[in-house]
Design a protein around this ligand. Structure first.
Ligand SMILES: [Zn+2]
Length: 396
């Protein structure tokens, strides 16, 4: 079975042996291995591989440029292969592997698509290394400025431009890529569900309805380094206290607003057990059903921590193409429509005006961005079957 073979091949790549989680960050060795793997799978199916200006990989079945010239844009399936720190196996790769399996299934049954079908591997979806999620899709749509992207730094101070160069890619090419976007008539991203919606409904597959508005803010909390033993409490300027207030207020405001808020990344200077910190940098992730609630959470955190949060990214609410979503629901035995609090490349393309839809595969516990993330093989296969049905119809 082709799904199980591909899944087994990806299993060891970028896996941390201690945590069991994945550390597949953009433009690293494991990312390189995943990109090579993708190129190999594309070649095995006779697909033409194109790498766009941001480094996203597109594998086309059929001559897409000739088809676009004739007025028929392609149908694109796929997702991403990178991960968050200690991420699970399914977030991203399930969509890429499913797309490759769909192409293979259609080729095997002798299907002749009326328009080219592409499989995409978006680069740097999680933003784990340089801090901006969906960097690959944001760059080609112009939602992320190329100059800003090139200058983004990882935890070791390396810029994205340097990391790309080291990986053999040309950072000077970064920028809006209308030629790539013009090939996409529709994009359908299959993804493991990052919640328990389908488990509660006892269904294997859902159609994506919308993505909550969401953003990331940096909190720069300043203090003064000093000795943990000899500095009187009243003489301290300890930014860790501001962090504590920020974290608690984020939780309280999120509860009050019906939102979610998380402080999951913190940098402490000098990071010594017996030193009062000189500075704490923390990142706030806030999301909710509507923008005013999310903004209220950020304002509450700013007020309690006494800082002006720096907005590192903001994505407005994304509603997927209604016609396309209804069509998918109809094709898939009245599959439920689910909104999600997670961002996706599909959301970036939808915001750029491309007809876009998502399929979600049941996650029995709802756990994601964790080594415990899981989906039953049976449900993954149901997802592939659903995506095959969709592709057959959209490229009929
Ligand atoms: Zn994902």
């Amino acid at each position: 079975m082709t799904f199980e073979r591909m899944w087994a091949e990806l299993q060891p790549v970028g896996r941390d042996l201690h945590t069991g989680g994945y550390r597949r960050f953009a433009w690293t060795r494991s990312d390189h291995d995943l990109r090579e793997w993708f190129a190999g799978e594309a070649a095995a199916r006779g697909l033409d591989l194109v790498t766009d200006r941001a480094g996203n990989q597109w594998a086309w079945w059929g001559d897409v440029d000739a088809s676009v010239a004739a007025g028929r844009k392609g149908l694109v399936l796929g997702s991403h292969l990178d991960s968050v720190p200690d991420g699970g196996a399914y977030d991203g790769p399930l969509g890429v592997v499913s797309a490759l399996a769909v192409v293979e299934a259609l080729q095997r049954e002798g299907f002749r698509p009326s328009r080219p079908i592409g499989v995409v591997n978006f680069v740097d979806e999680e933003g784990a290394r340089f801090g901006i999620a969906c960097a690959g899709s944001r760059i080609i749509t112009g939602a992320l400025d190329a100059e800003r992207a090139r200058g983004l730094r990882d935890a070791d101070g390396r810029t994205m431009a340097e990391a790309m160069t080291a990986a053999g890619h040309e950072p000077a090419r970064l920028g809006p890529d209308p030629e790539t976007l013009a090939r996409i008539g529709a994009f359908v991203e299959l993804h493991v569900e990052q919640g328990r919606g389908l488990a509660d409904l006892d269904r294997p597959v859902a159609v994506g309805g919308s993505i909550w508005p969401h953003g990331r803010w940096r909190l720069d909390l300043a203090g003064e380094a000093n000795h943990a033993g000899t500095t009187r409490l009243e003489d301290r300027r300890d930014p860790m206290l501001a962090l504590a207030a920020a974290v608690l207020s984020a939780r309280e405001a999120a509860t009050a607003q019906g939102c979610v808020a998380t402080v999951g990344k913190v940098r402490v200077e000098p990071n010594g057990v017996n030193a009062i910190p000189s500075a704490v940098t923390a990142w706030l992730d806030a999301r909710g059903p509507a923008e005013p609630g999310v903004r209220a959470v950020v304002d509450a955190v700013a007020a309690r921590a006494g800082v002006a949060p720096v907005e590192e990214s903001w994505t407005a609410e994304t509603t997927f193409d209604g016609t396309l979503s209804r069509q998918l629901t109809g094709l898939l035995d009245d599959a439920p429509l689910l909104a999600t609090g997670a961002g996706h490349d599909a959301g970036i393309l939808a915001a750029a005006g491309i007809p876009t839809a998502m399929l979600f595969v049941r996650n029995p516990t709802g756990v994601s961005h964790s080594p415990a993330e899981h989906a039953e093989t049976e449900d993954c296969l149901a997802g592939i079957e659903a995506l095959t049905t969709v592709a057959r119809e959209l490229a009929r």
